[in-house]
Design a binder for this molecule. Structure first.
Ligand code: AMP
Ligand code: GLY
Length: 423
């Protein structure tokens, strides 16, 4: 088979690395990819959001399967686009339909889905500029801190957690009336604050059956001790030590099953990954959010722990035969540490040469924001490279990842030294 991966981050390098190990693969393409994917596949300078250009690539290269990394093309309906185009009809797309992708594209849609299917989540109401006063009144009924979420996609920045009620009201107005997050905050979901520890569960579903992939925990803040600005993710650990069998049973019964059953009941075509952001409150799981793709950097620890041929699993996903598949999981712990550009997640410089990569022997290096320039690899993004390692437990794996990271350098390199501090 010829397979195309869409995207250019650490998640896509990891998926490409895993797909490259499959017996099903003849030719492997990545659009647009990075210096890491260039070493194991053919990078093609096509944007995942340019469906016409993706179509041309798929037709010209006789691609049989498209694996969609990021959420944007999914929310814009790439699955449906492939169904509608005569030349693309036989091509498998791993990802949800446009309706399924709204679970990530609209917080309100996700909350309504959960409430319709009795999936535990924080109490909420949603508001528009016409119901601003009602929003203020709803805030008065809640206890601090106040959770305000822009309904639409806001590049991971659309959630505000505010201690002071007057400030919460001002921000609500900012979002609804002054378009703080543009069209994304024309509607705002206000929810009850849940206090607990977070984890992520990943599911691969064909819309009827599902496989629960390894759990992971990511570290989103830039600063040690989970302080400072939010980032895309500074590192991840899998499995999550506190997600024991009893807790996983609750997650499967109360959340995973009703979610997949919900797709059936609501006639949502969904053949892809579901990333469920969860919080454990007094021993019970609640959903914080759905994403309709894998997480980044969670992919860098979840996918390497899967022993199956991943294209086998993708084919079963596309054909609706996931019920026949069983996962084989590497029992070892996996960790990844993300090296980022100095200044990230605010302004940072690009084009810094990355040296020492050839010295890393004990970890897998997944490229995120990198670019090949002649015979050099240079930085081209905020998150630059992830170092994934295995160990008998996450502490041992982390030690290996840190040792590997210390062999690599670029001007301004920064990383968190405290991953796992809360476990
Ligand atoms: P989201 O984009 O919905 O995942 O929200 C971003 C982050 O805000 C989450 O990872 C949580 O840390 C936090 N968060 C979101 N909703 C809640 C909530 N209801 N209670 C507590 N924390 C929340
Ligand atoms: N690491 C969080 C995300 O991929 O959304």
């Amino acid at each position: 088979m010829n397979i195309l991966v869409l995207g250019s981050g650490g998640r896509e390098h990891t998926l490409t690395w895993k797909i490259a190990q499959s017996n099903h693969v003849d030719h492997l393409f990545v659009a647009p990819g990075n210096a890491g994917t260039a070493a194991i596949a053919n990078n093609v300078p096509v944007s995942p959001n340019d469906f016409e250009a993706v179509k041309e690539l798929v037709v010209n290269e006789n691609i049989d399967m498209v694996v969609v990394g990021p959420e944007d093309p999914l929310v814009q309906g790439i699955y449906d686009y492939f169904q509608e185009q005569e030349e693309l009809k036989g091509v498998h797309v791993i990802g949800p339909s446009k309706t399924g992708a709204i679970l990530e594209g609209s917080k309100e849609f996700a909350k309504e889905f959960m409430s319709r299917h009795n999936i535990p989540t924080a109490a909420y109401q949603s508001f528009t500029s016409d119901s601003l006063e009602a929003g203020y009144a709803f805030l008065e009924t809640l206890k601090a801190p106040y959770v305000l979420k822009a309904d639409g996609l806001a590049a991971g920045k659309g959630v505000l957690i505010i201690d002071d009620i007057e400030e919460a009201k001002a921000e609500l107005k900012n979002m609804l009336v002054d378009a703080k997050f543009g069209q994304a905050s024309a509607k705002v979901v206000i929810e009850e604050f849940l206090s607990g520890i977070e984890l992520s569960v990943f599911v691969l579903t064909d819309g009827r059956d599902y496989l629960i992939l390894p759990t992971a925990k990511d570290y989103k803040r830039i600063g040690e001790g989970d302080t400072g600005l939010n980032t895309g993710g500074m590192g991840a650990i899998s499995p999550v030590p506190f997600a024991d069998a009893e807790f996983m049973q609750k997650i499967e019964e109360r959340i995973v099953k009703p979610t997949v059953d919900g797709f059936k009941k609501d006639n949502i075509t969904y053949k892809g990954f579901v990333f469920i952001g969860l919080i454990k409150v007094d021993g019970e799981p609640y959903v914080i959010e759905y994403n309709v793709r894998m997480g980044d950097p969670e992919t860098e620890v979840v996918i390497p722990r899967i022993k199956n041929d991943i294209v086998d699993l993708f084919l079963a996903t596309a054909n609706g035969s996931l019920a026949d598949k069983t996962l084989e999981i590497d029992e070892r712990a996996a960790t990844t540490i993300m090296a980022v550009s100095g200044g990230y997640p605010e302004a940072y410089e690009k084009g810094k040469e990355i040296v020492g990569l050839e010295n890393v022997k004990d970890s897998i290096v997944f490229h995120a924001g990198t670019k090949q320039e002649g015979d050099k690899v240079v930085t081209s993004g905020g998150r630059v490279i992830a170092f994934t390692s295995f160990g008998d437990d996450f502490r041992e794996a982390l030690k290996t990842s840190y040792d590997s990271l210390n062999k690599v350098c670029f001007d301004g390199i920064y990383y968190r030294k405290d991953l796992g501090f809360d476990l």
